[in-house]
Design a protein. Structure first.
Length: 434
C-alpha cells in the first residue's frame, strides 16, 4: 500500500493531504512549526479545509509506523509533522510548495530546490516523487531531479521515479474543491505514469487525464493561467478605452455576453499565486530558447499597470467632484488577492493603496478576511479587520468583492459630496467603476 507524504501544507498541499488521507496513510510535512501546531489542533487558517472535515482524518501518531497487526491494511489517516524522520517510511512523495517570482519577475525556484533536498534525504529505491508546483516545461526533470539524485545518491528512472500533476486549486472556492476538478497526471516512464494516474484516480471523483510526458503536463498547467491573464488584459484594455469614450464597460460586456461563445471575463486587478505569476515562467523558458514572447508579456505589462491606473481614476473622479485630494481620507475595502479568501499573496490591491498614497492621502484599509499581521509582514501596510465607527471619508474604493461589503451601507461612511469607486463592478450605487 502506498504511504504518501505531502510536502508543503498551504492552499494546495493541505486539501490534497486531507483528500489522500481518506484512502491512504498520509504524513503532511511543513517547515513552519506554527502551521503544524494549528493543523494538529484541527484548525486551518487558510480556511480551505473545514474543521470537522480536517479532524475526521487526523491521527495522533505517524500512521507509517503503526503496527499492521493492530490495524487493518486499509487503515488511513493524516498526521502533521515538521520532522524529517517522519517521512522516512513514505514511498510516494507529493511536493506542493509555492513557485513565486522575484522582484524582477524572474522565476524563483528556491522552494522547489529546498523541498527536493528534503525529499532526497529520505528517498529510497522504488520511491516515486510527484511535483504539483506550477513551473515552466522542463523544471521537474532538469532542475528538481538532479537535486534528488545528488542528495539521495540514487539514479533517476532506475532507483527512483518521478511524476508531475499540476495543482488546480482555486482558493476560497467551496464548489470546485480538489476532488471535483479533473486532474492532469504524468510519469517519468509510461509505467510510472499509469501508477501515478491510478493513485490520483482513487480520490479524484472528477477523473484524471494522463498526459504522455511530464513536460506536456508542465506546459498544460502554465498555459492555463497564461490564457486567463491575456483574456483579462484584453478586457482591462477595453475598460481603459471605454472610460475615455465615456461608455460603461460592464454594460458593454453584459451586452456582448448574450452571444453564446463570448468569453465572460471582467476587468480588474490580477494578483495571486497563479494568474499573475505563471506567464512569467513560460516567458522565461521561451527567452532561454531565443524567443521573445510578445502577447504574453504585453498582457502582463497591462495587468501589472492596473493598480496605478485605478488610483489615477479615483483621483480624477475626486477632482471632478471638487474634492481636495491632498490630505483627503480614503476608505479602501479589501486587500486580499481575491474575494472571500484570506490569501494576500501577490495582491494587486496593494498597488492601488501605494499609488493613492503618492497623492498624500490618508488611507484606512478594511478587510474582514485578511490577517493584519500577515499584511504588515508581507507589505508593511496597515490593515484592519473592523471598520471604524463614526468615521467618514472623502472617498471609498472597493478593490476586493468580499460578500461582506455588499451588506454595508457605504453612505454612512461617506462625507457629503464624497465618492465611491468600484473596481469590481458589484455595487449598485457608485460614482465610477473600472
Amino acid at each position: 500500500m502506498k504511504k504518501i507524504a505531502v510536502i508543503g501544507l498551504g492552499y494546495v498541499g493541505l486539501p490534497l493531504a486531507r483528500l489522500f488521507a481518506t484512502k491512504y496513510r498520509v504524513v503532511g510535512f511543513d517547515i513552519n512549526q506554527k502551521r503544524i501546531e494549528e493543523l494538529r489542533a484541527g484548525k486551518d487558517s487558510t480556511l480551505e479545509v473545514e474543521k470537522d472535515i480536517l479532524q475526521s482524518v487526523l491521527v495522533a501518531e505517524n500512521p507509517f509506523l503503526m503496527q499492521t497487526e493492530n490495524i487493518s491494511d486499509t487503515f488511513s489517516g493524516l498526521y502533521f509533522s515538521n520532522q524529517l524522520s517522519d517521512l522516512e517510511e513514505a514511498n510516494f512523495y507529493v511536493v506542493t510548495v509555492p513557485t513565486p517570482v522575484d522582484k524582477n519577475n524572474r522565476p524563483d525556484l528556491t522552494p522547489l530546490y529546498k523541498s527536493s533536498e528534503t525529499v532526497g534525504k529520505v528517498l529510497k529505491k522504488g520511491d516515486i516523487v510527484v511535483y504539483e508546483s506550477t513551473v515552466y516545461p522542463g523544471v521537474t526533470e532538469e532542475e528538481c531531479i538532479p537535486v534528488l539524485e545528488r542528495v539521495s545518491g540514487l539514479k533517476f528512472n532506475v532507483d527512483f521515479f518521478a511524476g508531475y500533476s499540476p495543482e488546480r486549486i482555486n482558493p476560497g472556492d467551496k464548489e470546485h474543491t480538489v476532488e471535483k476538478i479533473l486532474k492532469v497526471t504524468s510519469g517519468s516512464t509510461p509505467e510510472i505514469g499509469k501508477v501515478v494516474d491510478d493513485i490520483y484516480k482513487t480520490v479524484i471523483t472528477a477523473g484524471t487525464h494522463l498526459a504522455p510526458t511530464i513536460r506536456v503536463a508542465e506546459a498544460a498547467k502554465v498555459i492555463e493561467n497564461s490564457q486567463r491573464d491575456i483574456n483579462i488584459a484584453f478586457v482591462n484594455e477595453l475598460a481603459k478605452i471605454f472610460n475615455i469614450l465615456d461608455i460603461d464597460t460592464h454594460a458593454v460586456l453584459e451586452a456582448a455576453g448574450t452571444k453564446w461563445n463570448f468569453l465572460p471575463f471582467k476587468p480588474g486587478l490580477v494578483g495571486g499565486h497563479c494568474i499573475g505569476v505563471d506567464p512569467y515562467y513560460l516567458a522565461q523558458k521561451a527567452q532561454e530558447h531565443g524567443y521573445h514572447p510578445e502577447i504574453i508579456l504585453a498582457g502582463r505589462r497591462l495587468n501589472d499597470s492596473m493598480g496605478q491606473y485605478v488610483a489615477s481614476q479615483v483621483v480624477k473622479t475626486m477632482i471632478n467632484k471638487n474634492i481636495n485630494v491632498n490630505g483627503a481620507k480614503i476608505l479602501n475595502l479589501g486587500i486580499t488577492f481575491k474575494e472571500n479568501c484570506p490569501d494576500v499573496r501577490n495582491t494587486k490591491a496593494v498597488d492601488v493603496i501605494r499609488a493613492l498614497a503618492d497623492y498624500s492621502v490618508e488611507i484606512f484599509t478594511f478587510d474582514p478576511w485578511a490577517n493584519p499581521e500577515e499584511v504588515k509582514y508581507e507589505y508593511n501596510l496597515e490593515s484592519h479587520s473592523e471598520i471604524e465607527t463614526g468615521e467618514k471619508y472623502d472617498a471609498i474604493v472597493l478593490t476586493v468583492a468580499h460578500n461582506e461589503f455588499l451588506d454595508i451601507d457605504l453612505k454612512l461612511y461617506l462625507k457629503e459630496g464624497g465618492i465611491i469607486y468600484d473596481v469590481k463592478g458589484i455595487l449598485k450605487e457608485c460614482d465610477s467603476r473600472l
